[in-house]
Design a protein around this ligand. Structure first.
Ligand SMILES: [Zn+2]
Length: 92
């Protein structure tokens, strides 16, 4: 498995439960914190509506609209947090 947050390879537990996507609980929390703030920024900037977000989630991530992600560079989305795939080591 590859951690969704830091990209590190890790051994997912084999005891069942929900699918493990992060190498440690902190990375799951960091991801969800960032995801929530990202979603809020997207809605507040008018890039996407909550109705569209619901539709996207319902269809699955293959249906994400790539063309509408451009406004991500707005100040609201860049408060010192980095995307998971860029600077990985800063995460504590
Ligand atoms: Zn990780």
């Amino acid at each position: 498995m590859q951690c969704l947050w830091c990209g590190a390879e890790f051994q997912a537990r084999s005891t069942g439960g929900s699918r493990q996507r992060f190498c440690q609980p902190r990375h799951r929390v960091a991801f969800h914190t960032l995801a929530r703030r990202w979603a809020e920024a997207m809605v507040e900037s008018g890039t996407v509506t909550t109705a569209e977000m619901r539709a996207i989630v319902r269809r699955g991530n293959a249906a994400l609209p790539p063309v509408r992600l451009a406004p991500l560079a707005t100040p609201a989305a860049s408060e010192g947090e980095t995307a998971p795939q860029s600077s990985v080591h800063a995460v504590r």
